[in-house]
Design a binder for this molecule. Structure first.
Ligand SMILES: NC(=O)N[C@@H](CC(=O)O)C(=O)O
Ligand SMILES: [Zn+2]
Ligand SMILES: [Zn+2]
Length: 440
């Protein structure tokens, strides 16, 4: 039996509370309660008093680890964690085993996403064969495959060869693609363990200088301008990077940039714990950098927040810092961290949050039917959150298969109460709906 939802009294962005009816995959009405039972259709009423309705969140940067490291995350577990975090679409990065550098692999990931049914999984295609940075992958075949890839990235690695980067930027123009660059000049970061600065010097850990990121971003915006193509900067983390992107945009270059929740909250001071849960690429930077990325997100220089959800096995984090893997989980804490760092500080409104976590990432990834406003006739992709809730992060209670959250024990605001993908609940009463029900 199919289900209609009548959501009573949800707060909409900048508007009075209203009742919403979700029916046949779309928002059928908005305003006073107009739902009436239909034959053969269950009508479920949701009391949304005090809840805020946001368009379903869209992540431009998620690591789902399938194929290859299903012990840490699968398309099913990762997309369920995404729904729990309020997402209705994620982009699955290409650094799997095998690498998503062929039409076959991206179609497989796409198919697994459909079978999971929690969010729209948009596979990212690798830029180079095997992420090796030497030969261009079959970008056109991935674009025209059933997966319809539009975002290409060697994430985890930088496309450091400027000739290859230029060719990739030129090539994706023909199918409206974008190159998402992991900006890290490899020769400036050999053996790097954390941000290069006062703390790394004190701890005796090899440093990752800000210029290793900034020099690649500067080069790439100029390459994008030269060939008239579209560039996206992954997980931008330094004040200098914000300045370069601001300059490029003022010059009219077609560049967009993302920042992660962890770079908006944490600093390199966290490394003093020697706990590898704070080890991430790019590294946590200084308080001045945190202030600069917050300001850049507030003034629109940084277009989106992307999680860079990077699940890792316990054995790769319960170890000495130098042996630890780079990466942190983020799908279930993204919205709470943004509420804490940007909304409760008065730097973003909830409408801005919808823009940076839904509308703009959907536009950059060319994800149709996502990132749309909560309005009549639109696909019913939305999340209901309780902004007044406060919760302590418990790694074992999270939906993701991995426990490497840097926010363990931290109290954060906000809670996802329900998420809907095309009118079907993927999360209800704060918990993911059973798999049999979402993909029934
Ligand atoms: N962010 C990370 O520290 N790690 C990512 C790779 C990446 O995003 O560069 C991963 O795949 O684990
Ligand atoms: Zn990266
Ligand atoms: Zn990544």
């Amino acid at each position: 039996m199919s289900t209609d939802y009548l959501i009573l009294g949800a707060r909409l962005l900048g508007e009075e509370p209203a009742d919403l009816v979700l029916r046949d995959g779309v928002i059928a009405s908005l305003g006073a309660d107009t739902a009436h039972p239909r034959d053969g259709v269950e009508l479920v009423t949701v009391d949304a008093d005090g809840l805020l309705a946001l368009p379903g969140l869209v992540d431009l940067h998620t690591h789902l680890r399938e194929p290859g490291r299903e012990d840490t995350e699968t398309v099913l577990t990762g997309s369920r964690a995404a729904a729990a975090g309020g997402f209705t679409a994620v982009h699955a990065m290409a650094n799997t085993t095998p690498v998503a550098d062929t039409a076959g692999v991206v179609e497989q990931v796409h198919r697994l996403g459909i079978d999971a049914g929690y969010v729209d999984v948009r596979p990212v295609g690798a830029v180079s064969v095997g992420l090796e940075g030497t030969r261009l992958a079959e970008l056109g075949a991935m674009a025209s495959s059933a997966a319809g890839v539009r975002v290409f990235s060697d994430d985890g690695h930088c496309v450091d060869d400027p000739v290859l980067m230029r060719r990739a930027l030129e090539y994706v123009k023909s199918f409206d693609g974008v190159i998402a660059q992991h900006a890290q000049e490899p020769r400036l970061t050999v053996g790097a363990q954390m941000h290069e600065g006062v703390v790394s010097a004190e701890l005796g850990l090899a440093g990752w200088p800000a210029v290793a990121e900034e020099s690649i971003i500067a080069r790439d915006v100029l390459l994008a301008e030269h060939v008239g193509s579209r560039l996206h900067v992954c997980h931008l983390s330094t004040a200098g990077s914000v300045d370069i992107v601001r300059w490029a945009k003022a010059r009219g270059i077609d560049v967009t940039a993302e920042v992660t929740p962890h770079h908006l909250l944490l600093t390199d001071e966290q490394a003093r714990s020697y706990d590898p849960r704070y080890k991430v690429n790019p590294p946590l930077r200084t308080a001045e950098d945190v202030e600069a990325v917050r300001a850049g997100l507030a003034d629109g220089t940084i277009d989106v927040v992307a999680t860079d959800h990077a699940p890792h096995a316990d054995e790769d984090k319960d170890c000495e810092w130098p042996a630890g893997a780079f990466g942190m989980t983020g799908l279930e804490t993204a919205l709470p961290v943004i509420q804490a760092t940007m909304v409760e500080t008065g730097r973003l409104t909830w409408a801005d949050v919808a823009r940076v976590l839904s509308t703009t990432p959907a536009r950059i990834g060319r994800v149709s039917g996502q990132g749309r406003p909560v309005a009549v006739g639109e696909p019913a992709n939305l999340t209901l959150i309780d902004p007044a809730a406060r919760r302590r992060v418990e790694p074992a209670a999270q939906v993701t298969r991995s426990r490497n959250t840097p926010f363990a024990g931290t109290e954060l605001p906000g809670r996802v109460v329900a998420t809907f993908l095309r009118g079907r609940a993927t999360v209800y009463d704060g918990a993911p709906v059973a798999h049999e029900e979402v993909n029934a």
